[in-house]
Design a protein around this ligand. Structure first.
Ligand code: ADP
Ligand code: ASP
Ligand code: MG
Length: 417
């Protein structure tokens, strides 16, 4: 008898028919002789609706109340699934995150899980019941409800699987697994049968929302492989696990992208010791996260050009901070911005041992006439910023250049131009 944790996302529990379908899948696993713990998200669109309600009411809500509100979507789906299971003569009980004992820190709206108690779940499993847990939420040291950041039900599932030392952690969603890029964006994308924690972590942090980044972090920390599967069709899905030889043979694994970027460029910044820290310090004091940074010294005078990117949602605020700072500095700094840029990233552990990946990527973009505005690299990824209108063409070009649409066996050996 195995212990399986299954997580069903928003579209998987999006209406009552789908909840019935999920109940059938859970019952099947139970009939195969397994103990099953199910983690559910809010019904599709519900969390967004709750957020809109809060924003329509006031722009100055308390984070505590905001979390109470947005955690409620999961409570609806856990109860409905539990009712559906019981109606099908499969004993089940639902619990919120706090009821189960998911303890988090105090950072409302993006809390981290600190501890998962297993007593309640174990007790229910011993009574041979299905345990249905609301994803995305926990409780802090004050007894207040917290939420885990968008997409956080994935993290709830992994945390519970790790705490219970489950045999499998299955994440059911609306696609067959992890693809070479978002299959809704590029139909030529291919399913990746196995991917390393490290690559998945990069893809998730660079915009592939199929798994929340923290769930992958946690899975890797606790040696808990994750299987990503479709709720609506059968198939082996994708196993997110430790690096192995087959993965190492691949040059690159996938492409992630994010449209939510904005670029701010300052030219003519006086070259003084500590100036970079001064500028960035002001931006981060305003709680604005900076992503990419580049600096070029001017060859003409004693100034430099300083460029950085922020999330588009924070662009207006970042601009106010920068304009204020430039006025204070009282020098001829020229500000150039573009709030319609996108970040496109290529990820693969094969990059560690193969040079030339960047050249192939940049040439592929060049052939399409796509101008690269900024570049950052790490050991297993290359990210570029391009105009948002070129995103689709760019993803397509890179996907093709690395033959990501082909099966491993049909690919040419790593080639570089
Ligand atoms: P759920 O509601 O089940 O948690 P999400 O919408 O959070 O589902 O995540 C699934 C979505 O992630 C897919 O519908 C797909 O559009 C998107 N996605 C982005 N990148 C990828 C990728 N590389 N592979 C698979 N899906 C991806
Ligand atoms: N309902 C939450 C969200 O929409 C959590 C989740 O779906 O994982 O972000
Ligand atoms: Mg999700």
């Amino acid at each position: 008898m195995a212990l399986i944790v299954q997580k069903y996302g928003g579209s998987s529990v999006g209406n009552l028919d789908r909840i019935h379908h999920v109940a059938e899948k859970v019952i099947k696993a139970k009939q195969e002789g397994h103990h099953v713990v199910v983690v559910v998200s809010a019904m599709y669109g519900e969390t967004d609706r709750l957020i809109r309600l809060a924003s329509a009411l006031t722009q100055h809500y308390e984070p505590r109340e905001y979390d109470v509100l947005i955690a409620s979507g999961e409570q609806v789906s856990m109860a409905l699934l539990s009712m559906a299971l019981n109606a099908k003569n499969c004993p089940a009980r639902s619990f919120t995150g706090p009821q189960v004992g998911i303890y988090t820190d105090n950072i409302h709206t993006k809390a981290r899980i600190l501890k998962v108690k297993t007593e309640v779940i174990q007790r229910e499993l011993e009574k041979d019941r299905i345990v249905v847990v609301a994803g995305f939420q926990g409780v802090n040291e004050h007894g207040d409800i917290t939420t885990l950041g968008r997409g956080g039900s994935d993290t709830t599932a992994v945390a519970i699987a790790a705490a219970l030392k489950a045999d499998e952690c299955q994440i059911y969603t609306d696609v067959d697994g992890v693809y070479t890029t978002d299959p809704h964006f590029l139909p030529a994308a291919r399913l990746i049968p196995r991917i390393s924690f490290e690559e998945m972590l990069e893809l998730a942090s660079l915009g592939a929302k199929v798994l929340q980044m923290r769930s992958v972090e946690l899975a890797s920390k606790h040696n808990m492989p994750i299987r990503v599967l479709s709720t609506f069709s059968d198939g082996p899905g994708t196993l997110v696990t430790f690096e192995d030889k087959t993965m190492q043979k691949r040059l690159v694994s996938g492409i992630a992208f994010s449209r939510e970027e904005a670029i701010i460029s300052l030219s003519g910044v006086p070259r003084k010791l500590g100036m970079e820290g001064h500028i960035l310090g002001r931006v981060s004091e305003a709680n604005i996260e900076i992503d990419m940074i580049a600096q070029n010294a001017s060859t003409r005078d004693d100034t430099s050009d300083f460029t950085f990117t922020v999330n588009r949602r924070e662009y207006q605020r970042a601009m106010s901070v920068i304009e204020e700072l430039v006025t204070e500095l009282d020098t001829m700094i020229n500000i150039k911005t573009n709030s319609k840029v996108a970040k496109l990233s290529l990820v693969g552990i094969g990059m560690r041992s193969h040079a030339g990946v960047a050249t192939t990527m940049f040439k592929a973009l060049g052939r399409e006439g796509i101008n690269i505005q900024m570049i950052t690299t790490s050991e297993i990824k290359i990210s570029v910023v391009v105009d948002e209108e070129h995103l689709e063409k760019g993803v397509q070009a890179i996907h093709q250049a690395f033959e990501l649409d082909k099966a491993e066996s049909d690919k040419n050996p790593p080639f570089f131009e």
